[in-house]
Write a protein that binds this ligand. Structure first.
Ligand SMILES: [Zn+2]
Length: 110
């Protein structure tokens, strides 16, 4: 199968965006929270500073991983792409056994 190099390069960029524990935490939090949330909610719930949360949300937004909506003076955030969240969830499932050095439960190539 052939895949375009520009797409591969962009995919590598997105993996880079995801290779940051604060950003993974924010995505995970949004995944497990109903509806849209304000920055202050993320700050409170994750115990990160407001500038850090704002900066990370800006990066996630640039790569269309979160969506934002302005309501008056308030800005609300929600996940934009469910596929990326599945990828994050899959990764966290992988980590559950990897961290213990155990094999992956279902190996496709067995
Ligand atoms: Zn695994």
């Amino acid at each position: 199968m052939k895949i375009r190099h520009d797409l591969i390069a962009e995919a590598a960029k997105i993996y880079k965006v995801l290779s940051n524990s604060s950003r993974i935490e924010i995505l995970y939090f949004l995944r497990h929270t109903d509806g849209e949330v304000q920055v202050s909610t993320i700050v409170e719930e994750l115990g990160m500073s407001q500038p850090v949360v704002s900066k990370q949300l800006g990066i996630l937004h640039r790569y269309q991983l979160v969506r934002r909506r302005r309501k008056g003076t308030k800005i609300f955030y929600i996940l934009d792409d469910p596929c990326i969240v599945e990828l994050t969830e899959d990764m966290l499932n992988h980590v559950q056994h990897e961290i213990k050095g155990e094999p992956h439960p279902k190996n496709l190539y067995k």
